[in-house]
Design a protein. Structure first.
Length: 210
């Protein structure tokens, strides 16, 4: 039976950054998003509250700016190669991220079989288009997403490998038998089966494949 490899994006596939910060650079709103990130990290905002604030700051965002932010992000090397190898083995890979779906979906073009991310309205946003916070992922709903993907591909949690870096990955790391902390912080260091520090996903993947 094949395995399901589940990847976080911010801080994992993307080194030291997030979709929000890369979009902030395109919009000239780095200071504002640093404040939001601090509020989220300190518990002053939860993910839905963060998403609401971010959405207001993203009102003027264009598809061209999203594309520029994605293309300019500090991605780890070897992502496409890892996902191609997973597919060649008859296994599956998915990205499960709290970041906006309009950004995360672009990873399908790189070879991810599935993505699950926070749901935002389609472009153009416009002042009259509201955000339904029910579509915003939470750290614990990464496990729910993993279970849904397991059912889709006919595997169980026992056949899952999780890759992540921070607090939002702890619930998933606790739910599956094999996990890789990729440039991980103290939240995942004690949970992960393997730990990798560097900028090449092929090296992190090799820890699992042997």
């Amino acid at each position: 039976m094949g395995r399901l490899h589940i990847f976080d994006m911010d801080g994992t596939l993307m080194h030291g950054s997030s979709a929000s910060m890369e979009l902030a650079r395109e919009l000239g709103l780095v200071a504002e998003f640093r404040e939001l990130e601090h509020a989220l990290g300190s518990g002053l905002l939860d993910p839905p509250g963060y998403a609401e604030r971010a959405y207001e700051l993203w009102r003027a965002l264009t598809p061209a700016q999203v594309a520029a932010a994605f293309d300019g992000a500090p991605w780890l090397a070897g992502i496409r190669e890892v996902w191609a190898d997973i597919a060649a083995r008859g296994e599956h890979c998915a990205v499960v991220s709290l970041s906006p779906d309009f950004f995360v979906r672009r990873l399908l073009e790189w070879g991810a079989h599935e993505v699950r991310a926070s749901v935002f309205p389609e472009f153009p946003f416009g002042p009259a288009v509201g955000l339904d916070v029910a579509g915003i992922l939470l750290p614990e709903t990464k496990v729910t997403a993993a279970d849904e993907l397991c059912a889709r591909y006919g595997v169980s949690r026992r056949e899952c490998v999780a890759y992540g870096d921070s607090l939002s990955d702890t619930a998933l790391f606790a739910a599956v038998p094999v996990s890789v902390a990729v440039n991980g912080d103290h939240h995942v260091s004690g949970l992960a089966s393997h730990a990798y520090t560097g900028r090449d996903l092929r090296e992190a993947y090799a820890l699992v494949m042997g």
